[in-house]
Design a protein around this ligand. Structure first.
Ligand SMILES: *[C@@H]1O[C@H](CO)[C@@H](O)[C@H](O)[C@H]1NC(C)=O
Length: 207
């Protein structure tokens, strides 16, 4: 019994140590499938952008995104920011959601490639699964729902948590479909993204 427990613990620890990227680099607008270990940004500009947008991602200055991806990330985030107008916690939460997905150095802990295709001699992801804890997904939902039903895909009706994540992961503007898998009991070897950088507690998240 003890052996089994210890072996389980060891496997858990090893898989944590070996967390790596699932995607890296841009393949014509979709992320390339690549299980490299996280890499440093090449350029000064990329380094600056990632530390400004994603200050919670330390990872020893290594990331699962490159300079080009971080520039694209910046423009997606500023579009979301303009929808989320006055609400700081909504912006922060949304930002960390995207940062962890695109750049988090331990992507393999919480991201899986569901579908991929060959493109220009490389393999790119067309469909991802992104595991989120209940607490974190609640915070994202509570902080954004009063702000922008646009993020839910409809303007005038109310926005359930399923509406929000369903729309974020699959709408006519996204090329990369993402299934958000929400729950506190992720499958073996999957843990939740760190998401440490939240500027609101569960009570104060409503703007
Ligand atoms: C993964 O990324 C690294 C770093 O850019 C690159 O050297 C390697 O060729 C890539 N692997 C694949 C399969 O694209």
């Amino acid at each position: 019994m003890l052996h089994v427990l210890l072996a389980g613990l060891l496997i858990t620890c090893l898989s944590r140590v070996h967390a790596h990227c699932v995607t890296y680099g841009d393949c014509d607008g979709l992320p390339c499938v690549n299980s490299t270990s996280a890499l440093p940004m090449f350029g000064e500009q990329g380094r600056n952008i990632v530390s400004e947008l994603c200050p919670h991602l330390k990872g020893g200055g290594k990331f699962c995104c490159d300079d080009h991806q971080v520039k694209v990330l910046k423009s997606s985030i500023s579009k979301a920011d303009s929808l989320l107008s006055g609400c700081k916690s909504a912006k922060e939460n949304f930002r960390s959601l995207l940062c962890d997905m695109v750049c988090g150095p331990e992507q393999s802990d919480y991201l899986q490639v569901e579908k991929m295709e060959q493109h220009g001699g490389k393999t790119r992801a067309t469909h991802l699964r992104y595991f989120l804890s209940t607490t974190y997904s609640d915070k994202v939902w509570k902080s954004t729902k009063t702000q922008s039903t646009l993020l839910c895909g409809h303007l005038f009706s109310s926005c359930s948590k399923d509406d929000l994540f369903g729309f974020l992961g699959n709408n006519r503007w996204t090329k990369l479909r993402t299934d958000y898998v929400i729950g506190d009991d992720p499958p073996a070897r999957i843990v939740h993204a760190s998401h440490e950088h939240m500027s609101c507690g569960s009570e104060t998240c409503v703007c």
